[in-house]
Ligand binder design. Structure first.
Ligand SMILES: NC(=O)c1ccc[n+]([C@@H]2O[C@H](COP(=O)([O-])OP(=O)(O)OC[C@H]3O[C@@H](n4cnc5c(N)ncnc54)[C@H](O)[C@@H]3O)[C@@H](O)[C@H]2O)c1
Length: 349
């Protein structure tokens, strides 16, 4: 039997004081209860509930492994939660994962850049210790890759409490001549990738909810201000992000019955991240070279031009985004929302 079909249920049943444990795969000591599940077991939660000894903290699932339930002392706003962050190798994704780990979460950084993700994981573990971070290779645009990566996360931690759908790409250009391959690329990562991630993670969360019905789990998409208002000569990106909000609202309606809240955070421009500031490939370089900003001669000129569009006259930072993420995680009475974090550049009616 697949770990993703069993461990989230086991984790839910081992809830203590309203929190789910991490499940650590350990060697058998011989004394623990062995649970046997038929390959075609129609209701894993009911069967586990029937066979699991009261208060067990260690159990063997025949054909799957022996698991120990680890409960963490409170550490911060994400204490003991298992979080997956896609696109975690750099930029917003890395900083979001690092902040969640600092606040007590166990984070899986999932990225198509497997080498970059290794470096990012080492940095977080050096900062936080306790093996808070792990990395998995994942291409969000490929359903098999997403499922396999989430299987690895479940094998490592037992389930998923928070899924941050952050991986995103941008290919700017006019509708009059943007190559179709650029449209396909942006759509496959930003729109289809988000769909595939939710399709793979929702059953894991639903199983936890079936075993621990009082608990809520979070899917949070890192969308963009370009998902709320159009973006000139950037239609492929803005369209993919508008579509992401349609998915967010629809998933929110459907997944509420599984104890899953689905929301989006829509940041303004993040100038400190590599998307803008990479000296060779970043947007400052691209906009300067293409003459997109009239009269601009330096990166600073480009930055000032865009900052002038923001009532608060600065770019978005990860601490700004984290306040929205923690709000969504802590707010028990909100789903299907898209929260702007734009310094006033986008105002909701
Ligand atoms: N940078 C900004 O100004 C800004 C503003 C608003 C919203 N956003 C959004 O925030 C998110 C992160 O942006 P960023 O600036 O940190 O970008 P970034 O380019 O710095 O990082 C993106 C990460 O996603 C990974 N990635 C790309 N394609 C992937 C795929 N198919 N599967 C898995 N991982 C993949 C990359 O390897 C990279 O590590 C994106 O969704 C973006 O649209 C960014």
């Amino acid at each position: 039997m697949n770990v993703a079909d069993v461990l989230p249920a086991l984790r839910g049943l081992m809830m203590r004081d309203g929190a789910l444990p991490r499940l650590e795969c350990v060697g058998t000591e011989g004394g623990e209860q062995t649970v046997v599940l038929a390959e075609d077991c129609p209701d894993v939660v009911a069967e586990l509930r029937r066979q699991l000894p009261q208060g067990a903290a260690r159990v063997t699932i025949a054909g799957v492994g022996t698991y120990h339930a680890a409960y963490d002392a409170p550490l911060g706003r994400a204490s003991g939660k298992v979080a997956v962050v896609t696109g975690g190798a750099q930029g917003f994704g890395f900083e979001i994962a690092a902040d969640l780990a600092r606040e007590g979460a166990y984070v899986a950084l999932a990225d198509i850049n497997a080498q970059g993700v290794g470096v990012a994981v080492d940095k977080i573990n050096a900062l936080c210790g306790r093996g808070a971070a792990c990395g998995v290779a994942m291409n969000v645009a490929d359903a098999d890759s997403v499922r396999a990566a989430l299987g690895q996360v479940v094998a490592m931690f037992g389930g998923v409490d928070v899924f941050v759908a952050n991986a995103g790409v941008l290919r700017a250009g006019s509708v009059k001549d943007l190559p179709v391959k650029d449209l396909d690329f942006v759509t496959s990562v930003n729109y289809k990738g988000y769909f595939l991630c939710v399709q793979a993670v929702a059953p894991i969360m639903a199983l936890q909810h079936a075993a621990a019905p009082g608990l809520w789990f979070d899917i949070i998409q890192i969308n963009s201000k370009s998902g709320l208002v159009g973006s000139n000569k950037n239609g492929a990106y803005a369209g993919s992000k508008f579509g992401g909000i349609g998915l967010t609202q629809s998933f929110a309606m459907e997944l509420v019955e599984d104890g899953i809240k689905v929301n989006a955070v829509c940041p303004g421009n993040f100038y400190d991240g590599p998307l803008w500031s990479d000296p060779e490939k970043g947007l400052f370089r691209q906009y300067l070279d293409s003459g997109k900003v009239p009269g601009a001669k330096t990166f600073e000129d480009v930055k000032r031009f865009y900052e002038a569009k923001v009532p608060m006259r600065r770019g978005c930072t990860t601490p700004d985004v984290m306040k929205a993420i923690y709000y969504l995680m802590e707010q028990a009475y909100e789903t299907g929302q898209a929260i702007p974090v734009t310094g006033g550049q986008v105002m909701l009616a």
